[in-house]
Design a protein around this ligand. Structure first.
Ligand code: C2E
Ligand code: MG
Ligand code: MG
Ligand code: MG
Length: 290
């Protein structure tokens, strides 16, 4: 009898812990949503810029714009967490619009500081939910027009899932982005349900090899085989490649000797505030190479 009581107590204790866990999670999600709504309306989000490096020449070919949020109550919240909340709550539409405008505006501010167009572009991330809900092509057209930036300097990064959800809609969007001269990159490539035929038939310019294959590639033959396969696929389809998660010099060298075009990762630089990114570019910009 006593034993049975202990069992029940243990079990209900677990239920209690579980309930608390679920409750805490729901509370956090709720406070992120409400704080994010405020942050968006008050312009409290920023973009950080991480350089994209040409592995042969070391040249900076562009930057990826990554959303950053430091909330007075919640502290620093990872984009992995707040983008997911934004997708669930519909806030991804204003957030995505803000990111596109802000990235185009940053380019125009860099041009202003430099006195002429800076020969780099910026990559903007698109969420599949945002693509389904919003008119992303008009959004970019307006952001470009508002900032006076040419479309070839703003790259759209989308994931494989965005194409799976609604292939016809995705095709129309990509064609519209190409009409704006925008390059298109397939982000986190290799992690989704890639339809190789769609890679060939859609106007995609760049494959970004997911970090999960790149960062452990030197210790894991299978990962390295996947990277090689993606490189040869890109070569056959005439696509540019960027390897994500380049964390060491050894990795940068290995990727370069494997024929990978561009790299991105902590070995080169972490994502930086707008002004630091400009300084980083200007310090490395070489008159001879232009
Ligand atoms: P992503 O688009 O794949 O971005 C690359 C992520 O890898 C960034 O994380 C970057 O900081 C991180 N990273 C870069 N180099 C390295 C490295 O060498 N090692 C490691 N461990 N990590 C590296 P972050 O900034 O936390 O962003 C996470 C994800 O959040 C992004 O993944 C993207 O999916 C999403 N995200 C960020 N900003 C936006 C945005 O404005 N809109 C949308 N829709 N999604 C965004
Ligand atoms: Mg990305
Ligand atoms: Mg990525
Ligand atoms: Mg990623």
């Amino acid at each position: 009898k006593a034993q049975a009581a202990v069992k029940i107590a243990k079990r209900s204790g677990k239920v209690e812990i579980y309930r608390n866990g679920v409750l805490k999670e729901a509370q956090r999600r709720f406070s992120i949503e409400s704080r994010l709504r405020t942050a968006l309306s008050q312009g409290e989000l920023t973009l950080a810029y991480q350089p994209l490096i040409h592995l042969q020449t070391g040249e900076i070919t562009g930057f990826e714009a990554l959303a950053r949020w430091n909330d007075p109550d919640l502290g620093h919240v990872s984009p992995v967490e707040f983008i997911a909340v934004a997708e669930e709550s519909g806030l991804i539409t204003p957030l995505g619009r803000w990111a596109a405008y802000e990235a185009a505006q940053a380019l125009s501010r860099w041009d202003g500081k430099f006195g002429q167009p800076v020969p780099v572009g910026v990559n903007v991330n698109l969420s599949p939910i945002q693509m389904a809900r919003d008119d992303v092509a008009s959004m970019f057209e307006e952001a470009l027009r508002y900032s006076g930036i040419s479309g070839n300097r703003l790259t759209a990064e989308l994931t494989e899932s965005a194409i799976i959800v609604d292939p016809d809609k995705a095709r129309k969007l990509l064609v519209a982005l190409k009409d704006l001269q925008m390059p298109i990159a397939m982000d986190d490539f290799g992690t989704g349900y890639s339809n190789l035929a769609s890679l060939h038939s859609l106007p995609i310019d760049i494959l970004k090899i997911d970090r999960s294959f790149v960062s452990g590639m030197l210790e894991d033959k299978d990962k390295q085989a996947i990277v090689r396969t993606i490189l040869s696929l890109a070569d056959s389809l005439n696509l540019h490649v960027t390897a994500e998660g380049v964390e060491t010099q050894e990795l940068a060298h290995a990727l370069q000797s494997m024929g990978c075009g561009n790299g991105q990762g902590f070995y080169f630089a972490r994502p930086m505030p707008e002004n630091d990114a400009f300084d980083y570019w200007r310090a490395r910009w070489n008159f001879e190479t232009v």
